[in-house]
Write a protein that binds this ligand. Structure first.
Ligand code: PRX
Length: 655
């Protein structure tokens, strides 16, 4: 089969009987969960979690949309991820095979990880950290990221992990919003073959006047020259290495906050999505078991996400560790020092379950299938996808060239807000349909509604995805803003439906196809970015009068950031000088938000298309950015604006 013909053929894939015979997920789970979803979740909670005190009520939805799961129960999340495995004689099992980008390696068994977490917890407590205090974690992908998160969980101090690719500005806003007293960072990490500093961004974030931070703990990773602020900054090795290895994990309430994770929404300010303990741990462990089909005694699981995103929280730290699984953790990029690095790692560590994003698969497709074919990938028995829709071409390529034409693929739909996988096939049970996430997993209920809020049943009609029942790992709110929580998720179709913000449709077999965001959120390489947030960053530049941002479709990254900008330069827009200002504006966005938000394309325009009520018509700008014939312009105040924009397009710079 040639690569073109891969997508021509409509094929579905039946479960392989040998796979099905060993699969953790079973067809009965659907019937069981449908019959009594609360009883189903109570059973999972008792199966996957060790409770210090059993719960007496499964779900309290009386304060909807604020849920309480496993009410009255007490647990320690870190105990569940570490101590109980050591107590069960699994201390020698590898928890993390770490591979740094330069090729340095570390192996941490469950006993090692337990010891390191206890030491870190003791060291943080000695700095004054108490249950309920929040901690900002700003780290590269090194084992200390997981150690720091688990130490916080152990103490009951909610962490707020900020992705290392975010700027000092972004870190500053998140530190303030979560009121974090402690920051855990590193001198730097390795990126594309070179050390890349991180600590200076923390210093810059804390130079902004008032802030709640009392201490900054710095891990030495790259050994770069690092300035330390006297009285505030301490080295990790100075406080953790000598700390006691004994630390008793106190039980916390099932609803005790475990973490805050900021994500982009429709307005400029990022939302602090917060998750609690018992329900979250139950669902991440359950999904890692039935969807990733992880068998802790034999699998090597590799989730390629960064711990700075929810995928890393749920499927590097909490889910697999709660299950006692062995994982690979890799610090760097897929093409350093060569484009076969990932496949080399799979061969080296005998990875059996791989969980990655469509954008990475499409990038590897572009590099050519000859690269993975040079490596022995026969250890892989299951593949997963997350973060954005996976197009059938990429799905089929993934199966053929990475999965040896046999590994099932699970396309998993979920969000920072849902905390864990929600819609996905069950490997070994579901007949797979390339490109579709297919069905809610057992215990989860979804529907697709039309504009009026009526459930759609007919195939191929496009509507809005909603979740119709609460689920254990659901967000418990937006940190410090309960009204915004209700308004964002529980008002579009009334208070009974969680509005996910995604378009969706059914196919004729009743499979759900996710069709991308219906709000102002873009998905660039599986990273969530808000158009308004980037627009605010652009207009904060003194030369910018107005800006409009759209997500234009992009073959590799799914969507790409395209900005249309009106400059303040007295109405004159010379094409000759634009190159400089465009570069300056791209860097300005990187400074305000982070390099991931840099527009691929900035077009300097004389006007923006607006409706008579003054709303920017982003739909038309998207047409321009995607080089399409323009849609209906009759509602514009001035329909000549679009011709002006199109004729001025030559002045736009593309990277
Ligand atoms: O649009 C959906 C898309 O990613 C959004 C959630 O982004 P975030 O909170 O950053 O979490 C990403 C990792 C869980 C969703 O609203 N999305 C995620 N997974 C899929 C997806 N779209 C289609 N198919 C998926 N499998």
């Amino acid at each position: 089969m040639t690569e073109e013909s891969l997508s021509q053929e409509h094929r579905t894939f039946q479960p392989d009987p040998a796979f099905a015979a060993r699969a953790n997920g079973t067809a009965d789970m659907y019937t069981e969960a449908d019959a009594d979803f609360e009883a189903f979740w109570a059973k999972q909670a008792r199966h996957y979690v060790t409770w210090a005190k059993d719960f007496d009520q499964t779900l309290d939805w009386s304060g909807a949309p604020f849920a309480k799961w496993f009410v009255g129960g007490e647990l320690n999340v870190a105990y569940n991820c570490l101590d109980r495995h050591v107590e069960n004689g699994l201390g020698d099992r590898v928890a993390i095979h770490f591979e740094g980008e330069p090729g340095d390696t570390r192996t941490l068994t469950y006993a090692d990880l337990h010891r390191e977490v206890c030491k870190a917890a003791n060291a943080f407590e000695a700095l004054g950290l108490k249950k309920g205090d929040t901690v900002a974690i700003y780290l590269p992908m090194i084992p200390e990221a997981a150690i720091a998160m688990l130490a916080c969980a152990r103490i009951g101090a909610p962490h707020s992990v900020v992705f290392g690719g975010f700027s000092a500005e972004a870190l500053h806003t998140r530190i303030l919003d979560a009121d974090s007293k402690l920051v855990i960072t590193a001198d730097g990490g390795f990126r594309r073959g070179a050390p890349s500093a991180l600590k200076p961004a923390v210093d810059a974030a804390l130079e902004h006047g008032e802030h709640p931070v009392q201490k900054v703990v710095v891990i030495q990773r790259t050994k770069q020259e690092t300035a330390m602020v006297e009285g505030r900054d301490v080295w990790w090795h100075d406080i953790v290495d000598g700390a006691s290895e004994e630390h008793t994990a106190q039980p916390h309430d099932s609803e005790h906050p475990l973490f805050i994770l900021y994500t982009s929404g429709t307005t400029g300010k990022p939302k602090g999505i917060f998750h609690t303990s018992g329900g979250y741990l139950t669902q991440v462990a359950y999904t890692n078991s039935v969807v990733h089909d992880v068998h802790p005694d034999s699998d090597v699981f590799w989730c390629t996400a960064d711990v700075g995103w929810v995928t890393g929280h749920s499927y590097i730290v909490y889910g697999p560790l709660a299950n006692g699984a062995t994982q690979l953790m890799y610090e760097g990029t897929p093409d350093t020092p060569h484009q076969g690095r990932w496949w080399e790692l799979i061969q080296k560590y005998q990875v059996s379950v791989l969980y990655t994003a469509p954008t990475a698969i499409r990038t590897c497709m572009k590099w050519g299938h000859e690269i993975p074919m040079k490596f022995d990938l026969s250890s892989l028995r299951l593949l997963g996808s997350v973060g954005e829709p996976i197009n059938p071409e990429a799905w089929l390529w993934y199966r053929k060239y990475i999965g040896g034409d046999k590994a099932p693929i699970v396309d998993t739909w979920w969000q920072t807000e849902t905390g864990a996988i929600m819609i996905s096939p069950l490997p070994g049970v579901t007949t797979l349909e390339p490109g579709s996430a297919q069905k809610p997993i057992p215990g989860v209920s979804a529907e697709i509604l039309d504009d009026e809020g009526q459930p759609l049943t007919e195939a191929e009609k496009v509507g809005y995805l909603v979740l119709t029942k609460p689920w254990p790992a659901m967000l418990r709110g937006i940190w410090g803003d309960p009204e915004r929580y209700k308004e964002t998720y529980w008002s579009r179709f009334g208070e009974k439906y969680y509005f996910a913000g995604d378009g969706a449709k059914y196919d004729k077999d009743g499979n759900i196809w996710l069709l991308g965001r219906v709000d102002d959120v873009m998905n660039v390489s599986g990273h969530r970015l808000s158009t308004t947030e980037i627009e605010s960053a652009l207009v904060s530049h003194p030369h910018v009068a107005e800006a409009a941002v759209v997500g234009a479709s992009d073959e590799t990254t799914g969507q790409a950031v395209c900005a249309f900008v009106i400059l303040r330069l007295g109405g004159e827009h010379q094409t000759d000088d634009n190159e400089d200002i465009i570069t300056e504006l791209r860097n300005h966005v990187a400074k305000e938000i982070g390099p991931i938000a840099k527009p691929r394309q900035i077009m300097i325009v004389p006007e923006l298309p607006k409706t008579r009520s003054g709303k920017i018509m982003r739909r038309l700008l998207k047409d321009v950015a995607e080089n399409r014939e323009m849609g209906d312009v009759t509602t514009l105040t001035d329909s000549s604006v679009m011709s002006l924009i199109k004729s001025g397009m030559a002045s736009g710079a593309t990277e």
